[in-house]
Structure formats: C-alpha cells, structure tokens
Design a protein around this ligand. Sequence first.
Ligand SMILES: [Zn+2]
Length: 607
Amino acid sequence: MRISGRLVLVALAIAALVAGIGAGAALAWPDVPNPGPTSIVKDGWPWVSSSAVTGEEKADLVLTNGVVYTVDEDRTSAEAVAIRGDTIVFVGSSTDAADWIGDGTKVIDLAGRLVLPGLIDSHAHATSGVSDLYEVPLYGIGSVEEYQQTIADFIAARPGLVALQGGGWINSVFGEHGPTVAMLDAVCADIPAALYSEDYHSVWVNSKTLELAGVTAATADPEGGVIERDADGNPSGTLRESAVDLITDVIPAYTTEQLVEGLTYFQDFAHSLGLTTVYIPSLPSGDAAGLQALHDFDASGAMAIRFPTAMNVEPTDDVSIVDKIVAARTAEKGGLYEIVAAKIFMDGVLEGMTAYLEEPYDIRPDYRGELLWDPQAYNRMCAALDKAGIQIHVHSIGDASTRITLDGFAYARGQNGERDARNMITHLQLVNQADIPRFADLGVVAVPQPYWFVVDTYYTQAVEYVGRERADKQYPMKAFFDAGVTVASASDYPVSWPPDPMLAIEIGVTRTVPAGCEIYVDPDYDTALNPAECVTVEQMIESFTINGARAIFKENEIGSLEVGKKADLVVLSQNILEVDPGRIHETTALLTYFAGEEVYRAEGFIE
Ligand SMILES: [Zn+2]
C-alpha cells in the first residue's frame, strides 16, 4: 500500500538509480577516501578481546584492519571478522585474525572502514519492486511535454509492454480538469494506460483504457467519484476518487514471473544499501501470484536475502483465516522466505484524515477519523492469532488507533496467558505518552519510519489538520527507547524511496532534512521535527540490526557480529559513528555479505 506517494528523498536521481540497478549495473561510485589505519584506534571504546584460536581450521574469508561495530550486548568494537561457510567464526583483533588465514583464505583489508551487521528493514513492501521495473515514474516533472517525453521513452525501452502503468503527475500542471486523453494518446494509443497522480487520488487514462472499461459519455459519476468531462460530456481523461475503480480491471495483473523479476531487482537494490533482511509486511492472503512469486524465488536458490513476511487479515475475515496462515507458515518454514505474522490495518493516514484520533481533527471538530476494525472483533482476532503463536503486525497512525491496538494485545494475553509474542506496531505518528510503557509491558516492538521524521509538506498538512501542538509531537522514537521498548526501524518502501538506512539513521539523529535532498526545497524545512525525540547513532544502528532481528525471533542468528552467527554484514564508505551526523546520508555501502557470500560490491571498490 502506497500512502499518497510519499517519496521522501529523491536526491539520488531516481531514474539513474533504477536504470542502474535494474540493468544489474552497480551504482556510480564517488571516490572513497581511505581513512587510513589510524582511525581504527578509538580511545574509550570497549574492544572485543581476542578469542582463543586453535589454528587447526582456517577461515574462507577474513576482513581485517577495520572498525567492526559488533552490536553485541556490550556494543563492543573489534578490528577483524573471520567467516567460514555462512558463519562468523572469529571476531577480534587483526593480529589474532591472522591465525585464521590459510592458503585458501580470501583476505580483505578494510583500511579502517566501518563494518556493521547486515541491515534489517522491518517493514518494506519488497513485492512492489515490480513497480520500479514496469511503471513509469512521473515524479518531479513540471510540463505536459516532459510527461509525454518520459512516457514515450519508457515505452520505447519496453517493446513487449501490454499495459502502461505509472504515477507521480501533479494536478497543478494541468489545471482544474486534469490531464486529457489526447495528451496520452499522442504517446500511448495502442495499449491501455493508467497513470496515477502523486497523491494516488486520481488516474490519467487514454482512449484505449476508456474503451476497454466501457466508460463513455453515458457513464454516470459513481458515488464518491468524478469522471472529468469535455464540453460535450465525454470523459476527458482524468478519473478521480472512486471513479478510479472503473478502470482497474482493464490493467492486467502482474504475472508470477514479473513478480519474481521485481523481487530480484529489489534484492539487488537492498544489497546495494547494505540490507540483508527485509520484512514484507502485508501480502493479501488472496494474492496467489505474490505468494507464489516469493515461494518460487526462494525455491530457485537465487534468493540471497531474508524475507520474513506477514499475511493480511481483513476486518471481513473470520477466524478461519488463522488456519490458513498457520498452513502457509508450515509450508514455508525454514526458507529464507517465511510467513511469520498476520498484518492488520487499524486505521488510515493523517493526510487522508483517516487516522483514528483520540481528539477530533481541528478542521472537522465532529470527526476523529476511521477505525477499520470493530474493537471486539479485533480483540477476538488477536486472541485467535496469539493462540496459534502468530505474531501480529499492525498499521496504526492515530493515537486512539494505537491504544485500541494495544488493548487487543492485552486482551489476547488475558485469554491465552503471557507469551513471548513480539507483536509489532508500525508508523506510530501520534502516540499518547501514557501508552508508551504499555509497549514495554506487552513486549510490543515499535516500528517507526525515521525517513518521515522531518518538517515537510506532510508536517504543514498535519498542522492544518490536527493543530500545531499535536503536529509537533509527531513520531516519537526516543521515548520508546527510554521506556525499554524494542525499536525496529523501517522504510515502508516504496513509500520511502530509496529505502536507504543511511538516510533514516541521519534523520533519526537530526530529525532534519538531510542537506542537498532536492525534494525539500522550502528553506523553512531546515528545522527539526520534535527534536526532543532525537536518538543516537548507536540507537539508530541498533534499530536497523539487532532489534530487527529480535522482531523476527532471530536475535541468536543475525543482527550482530558474533561468533556462531550468520555472516551477514556490510562495509560502509565512512564511519557513521564518527562523522558529523549531518553527513551520514552521504555514506554508502561498499561491500555486502549475505550468509558469507559477497552479494554486492560498489563499483570502483577494491580492497
Ligand atoms: Zn506499509
């Protein structure tokens, strides 16, 4: 689900990045200064003491002469890591690491660079990767001619295309009645086209789409929707709100093969950002192609990322859905793709005035938003899922919604007894302070999207909708850490694009727009959002590593660099623990290892 086209940070030139990754090419690489061996020594850091080595068995790979931030219990640092097969066999000093080097050992001299555990995104719609490949991006374009040129180029590069999909155009370029059929027919006449506006509330179509959908001058506007029309009453090319539904069946669904292609693209993209585990938060239980694609990709042996996945549970589902999820969980157990949870949408979004609030919206004093579940039905579903040992992953934006979400977890505990459930609540835009300790009491994982912790147009809109006082308390994070809650960060890709943890780490620390990000052009955005909630770089790293592992019950397997754990790790271009926090977003992944295998190497990086 894309929340109204919230593309946060596009400074990295979307088109170039998509093209580069999609074609399997590496990113263009700026020269990486060699920080030199002196930066390894950092006074006052706890250092891992070297472990005893028999010397009998050698490692396949030794990374040496670096700064290895282990994210172990004591947050110790080391200089070297040795890996055999898919497992870490040694963490310690470069001197001791030498004992693990034999004739067949590959040795990488890190020259003082930082190594972190493979990063974990705890909520990203990886199955949307197919959209990056097959949907034309129209974001950031300011004229009809440019839209047409972009569309024409996109189609020309994809000879077999059977339908044109995309999004990102803005109403202000076209005037009151939106873009027209003629503008689109000029560049796309033979196949149906459906191009969504940036806010996803309108769709721009061509003649072919109208013809296939049977939408004519005689078609009445549906309830809650508008068909824009010319002077003669003919549909002019823009359908708004519920009128969008008139054409959705005309666009063929992606095939399983296309979805696998999208997952493959996403995996490469993730590796290039240092991600080795990505939690897929919502797959409709009826999305047979999506589930099949994940299964097929894993079965093919080409999957080199962990994809814990949640299956959607809708308010209209009865409790028999629990059996379906249990069956899917059993079927996929032990794979890199696993069904681990049920996903529940509790409310909508603030900018759509559908987030469910304790106090009314300022601009609608009689209205508190939309709760998507009847609380009793939700409680019963929670209890049934909990009884089956299924983790519950809830979308909740409003404070009232989050309270009811927690009530359901408490109800399940009351019914079934205390269990290490690790239920997750994500987004958490407005949260009642009094509810924060309940996360800790109930063992709930908080899953924020730090990419959104900035003063931008969404903030301006929040001020308008709910008033400055509430807008200024948006997106708590430090409060969760202070209360002892497990905080696991996430991008909500494709809502945040690119899903680069370095952007999120910087914003989590500064809560300010990173310098040079083009989408934020308003100089007023140069202030921090709710600065009392700024956290440390160390906490941000935790939220992208060990806490993400804990969220999927794999803290003994991944999430830190310790002997016996899987060798998932990333080498970064600079030490984010040392640089000015305002420059963390400039950091890039140089090398990514998944289970001991090199899965990404930045172009131009030679150790
Ligand atoms: Zn999401």
